[in-house]
Design a protein around this ligand. Structure first.
Ligand code: UDX
Length: 437
């Protein structure tokens, strides 16, 4: 099939390359010339494992092109809109400027029989509104909503072998056409028995928001348990293992720590609350306010624990923060708990050095007031305490004996509960975890 992908960020660039991998002719379009230049040269404009190799592989086939001109979408049969829906400044609601303008600019190039597919995470009701716009201005085309569930760091795998496909389509003939087109796009994964659910627009939009709300709730639940464990002298990691063995609960997404961040979970739960308010259903989601509050409280708690670890005051203390990205295997620092903690530590008088294998260029752009050091060993030099906030493999595998002579004081706060406390203590370190005695 001929496919266009509008928006080449974390979602769109991976989607475009993956669709070409599935055998389609793809054009990726973005207004950002820098991104397009990188992609045209076969380079990923951000860190995502497997993406550079995939780009090289599919570009050699000639099936993947990139452009800054929306006119190049013309002639494609299926158009995926993959632009961002960030949180509006000073409000909970999502900013739909990019989605609205992507559709507005795409519509003149839609022809009879084309399918326009929204993949962005949007407030429920957006697809119905956009469908009216498509019907009025490009009556032969059909709108579908096909939410994306990929995780950064696993984006290529999640796109090529997803857990499920969800198609939000209109009723009747148009819905059947959109379903058939998406089935053709995803023929390869569908042939491997990937489940696919065909629903109405509103359900498709809500599936995505509900899934992210559930994941955020699971993380805040275990972080709330960590608070109780700390007060009671219990161990939240053992507790998570034990409750996670109940198949109804499951062990995944029960890792207590500094909480969730990134470009999705925090803003999605806030946008969901805002939308529920507009729909008169705000009471149904008041619990998400608590999910958000528990999550934000983790950051202050980690700062408090660091202060205790260095003897009650951060003034004049050299603290090395291990990790800047919101999670490992990503260079994304949007709403990163690590950087938020680093900033609070610095505000309280510490001299903070932040290190990260991939995210420092992005971190510098957002928090220019912090100090950064790419080399881990140099970053550890003369520290009074280490604070591990993003669980990159290289930090999980730090050898406590080997790094002991680099630091001034052997103190570590494991903000993700990923280190072996016994091994660190044996090597003479004061080890502190989250929700663990
Ligand atoms: C999330 C959803 O997982 C994905 O399905 C959706 O499409 C987009 O949002 P992503 O933001 O890439 O994906 O990362 P995810 O792996 O979900 O992690 C989100 C945050 O939660 C990270 O900051 C991570 O460190 C944190 N987290 C995750 C925990 O604190 N504990 C856990 O047990 C799991």
């Amino acid at each position: 099939m001929r496919i266009s992908v509008i928006g080449c960020g974390y979602l769109g660039a991976v989607h475009a390359a993956s669709m070409a991998k599935l055998g389609h002719e793809v054009v990726g379009i973005d207004v950002d010339q820098r991104k397009i230049t990188e992609l045209q040269a076969g380079r990923a404009p951000f860190f995502e494992p497997g993406l550079p190799e995939l780009l090289t592989e599919v570009q050699e086939t000639g099936r993947l092109k990139f452009s800054t001109s929306m006119a190049d979408a013309e002639g494609a049969q299926v158009h995926f809109v993959c632009v961002g829906t960030p949180q509006r400044k000073g409000e909970y609601a999502a900013d739909l400027t990019y989605v609205d303008s992507a559709f507005y600019e795409l519509i003149p190039y839609l022809h009879e029989g084309d399918i326009a597919v929204g993949k962005s995470t949007v407030p429920v009701g957006t697809a119905a509104r956009l469908a009216d716009m498509v019907a009025a201005k490009a009556p032969g085309a059909v709108l579908a909503w096909n939410p994306e569930f990929l995780r950064e760091g696993h984006a290529v795998k999640d796109t090529l072998t997803p857990d499920r496909f969800v198609y939000g389509v209109p009723a009747g003939e148009n819905g059947a056409r959109a379903t058939a087109a998406l089935d053709e796009v995803y023929a390869t994964p569908l042939s491997n028995d990937t489940p696919r659910l065909v629903v109405d627009y509103a359900t498709a939009e809500l599936v995505k928001t509900a899934a992210n709300s559930f994941l955020a709730t699971k993380i805040s639940f275990i972080n709330a348990m960590a608070e109780v464990c700390e007060a009671a002298g219990a161990d939240v990691s053992a507790l998570a293992d034990a409750i996670g063995m109940d198949e109804r609960i499951g062990r995944k997404f029960l890792n207590a720590g500094v909480g969730f961040g990134g470009g999705c979970l925090p803003k999605d739960i806030r946008a969901f609350m805002a939308r529920a308010g507009e729909l008169g259903a705000d009471q149904a989601l008041t619990f998400l306010r608590e999910v958000d509050a528990i999550n934000m409280r983790r950051r202050s708690r980690v700062v408090e624990l660091t202060r205790d670890l260095v003897g009650g005051s951060l003034i004049g203390k050299r603290i090395t923060v291990l990790g800047a990205a919101f999670k490992p295997e990503s260079d994304d620092v949007r709403d990163s708990p690590a950087l938020s903690v680093a900033q609070q530590l610095q505000l309280q008088g510490a001299t903070v050095t932040v290190t990260d294998p991939e995210a420092l260029p992005n971190a510098k752009g957002r928090f220019p007031e912090l100090s950064y050091e790419p080399d881990t060993k140099t970053a550890l030099a003369k520290a009074h305490a280490l604070v591990l906030l993003t669980e990159w493999k290289e930090y999980r595998e730090l050898d406590p004996a080997a790094v002991a002579n680099l630091v001034d004081e052997k103190k570590i706060l494991d903000g993700r509960n990923v280190l072996d406390a016994a091994i660190w203590r044996e090597a003479g370190w004061t080890y502190k975890g989250i929700g663990r005695p």
